[in-house]
Write a protein that binds this ligand. Structure first.
Ligand SMILES: *Cc1c(COP(=O)(O)O)cnc(C)c1O
Length: 424
């Protein structure tokens, strides 16, 4: 092996784990330089919705690359961005009227937080406290780590993270504790609440009821606290509906979308804002403009990919495909839960998760790398979080590939099961 100078994300190079080299992808499969076909059971970290190298998205990218590759977006515009913004405002709740582009999920959250603070400042009522839910994940920048769960992954940066109000996760039977905590926290006039609707992804695929999401939105509205929905993972059908918020009848003030926005093909994000937030920044006074941009804001090629994704949603039976996949996932989840030593089997839409063995779910649980190796050896891209194994495949995955994934999860559960008292 020649030495690579690449420093990979979320990778401990000191463990010398193999880093497979991928040459191409198609549908739910990835192909490696050494000739293996890998089933992508986690949609390449939750981004690939319709499958790798979707022909319509690939064609839109190729065509746009021949036309206009990049243009400053402050004071300039272009067709692909206009099309994406128009189509987004058509399919999103009508009160979400303003589309702000950026280039990653983290950035879309940073933008939402900055818009929330700008809103309060320009109303002459400065507020800055942000409420969050325990176990949340909103990104890896300093601001998004501040509103996310604290743990080994951000311990080194903790002194730089800003203080937030943390609500307990609405665990089964303790939902009212979360709602009471929100009610109490709202009395202190926070600027906003930010939540991952229905599923906390990186926190361990923790699912909570739509009723709780709805109640949280009602409490925020009653206190005039802005409601920020981070649908970076849950958006684009992951939970069974276009947005997870739909299932709770919730319309946020600020909505963050990324991952599946381009079908998972290119980096792009949007923060969609309700009119009063735009209005608060609207004036003849340049000091009140929204001070945010990144170089690749609304990159035309990425926008063309997003426009193709939106066309796929408009013209193809995407929600039906999702419903079919959700049913197939649930069948296999139930089978594994009935026949293998797993617990906390849970599913929502295309997402399904189980916990293996009696080990705890801490991120640095040593079972993690062993499990990853187990799946890698079986040509499966599955990336457990601690002892939590989840499946979140592209919507085009077929039954045979899904069987391979779930059979391996059952086998892993048996392989890593801790011997009970009788067996030891
Ligand atoms: C992945 C994710 C982010 C961060 O998105 P990036 O594109 O990786 O910066 C933010 N919020 C949620 C809920 C996510 O799952």
């Amino acid at each position: 092996m020649t030495h690579s100078p690449i420093w990979h994300p979320f990778t401990q190079h000191g463990l010398n784990e193999p880093i497979p080299r991928v040459t191409h992808g198609e549908g739910a499969a990835l192909f490696t330089a050494d000739g293996r076909r890998i089933v992508d059971a986690i949609s390449s970290w939750w981004v690939t919705t319709h499958g790798h190298r979707h022909p319509r998205i690939a064609a839109a990218i190729a065509e746009q690359a021949q036309r206009l590759d990049q243009i400053i977006f402050a004071g300039w515009t272009h067709d692909p961005a206009e099309e994406v913004a128009r189509e987004l405002t058509r399919i999103m709740p009508p009160s979400l009227t303003r589309v702000f582009f950026s280039d990653s999920g983290s950035t879309s959250v940073e933008v939402a937080l900055k818009m929330a603070l700008g809103y309060w400042l320009h109303r002459g009522e400065p507020r800055h406290r942000i409420l969050v839910m325990a176990n949340s994940y909103h990104g890896d920048t300093i601001g998004t780590m501040s509103v996310g769960a604290r743990g080994p992954y951000n311990a080194a940066y903790e002194p730089l993270l800003f203080d937030v109000g943390t609500l307990p996760f609405p665990a089964v039977g303790a939902e009212q504790v979360t709602l009471d905590a929100l009610e109490a926290a709202c009395a202190e006039k926070p600027a906003a609440l930010i939540v991952e609707p229905l599923v906390l992804g990186a926190g361990g695929m923790l699912i909570y009821p739509a009723r709780v999401l709805r109640e949280m939105a009602v409490i925020c509205a009653r206190h005039g606290v802005l409601f920020i929905a981070d649908e970076v993972m849950t958006g684009w059908g992951r939970t069974g509906t276009l947005l997870a918020c739909e299932q709770a009848g919730v319309v946020p003030d600020l909505l963050c979308l990324s991952k599946g926005l381009t079908g998972g093909s290119l980096p792009l994000a949007v923060t969609v804002a309700a009119e009063p937030i735009f209005e608060a920044h609207y004036a003849a006074d340049r000091a009140r403009m929204f001070f945010h941009s990144s170089s690749y804001t609304a990159n035309p090629i990425a926008c063309a990919a997003a426009a193709a994704n939106l066309a796929i949603w408009r013209e193809e039976p995407v929600l039906e495909r999702i419903a079919t996949l959700a049913g197939r996932q649930r069948e296999r989840l139930e089978r594994v839960a009935a026949t293998a030593p797993v617990h906390n089997a849970r599913a929502l839409g295309t997402i399904a998760a189980v916990e293996l063995g009696a080990a705890d779910g801490a991120y640095l649980n040593p079972i993690g790398p062993a499990l990853a190796a187990f799946f890698r050896a079986r040509d499966l891209l599955v990336r457990p979080m601690g002892n939590t194994v989840y499946v979140m495949p592209p919507y085009c995955i077929d039954e045979a590939d899904l069987d391979r994934v779930w059979d391996a999860i059952g086998a892993a559960a048996r392989h890593f099961a801790e011997p009970g008292p009788a067996a030891s």
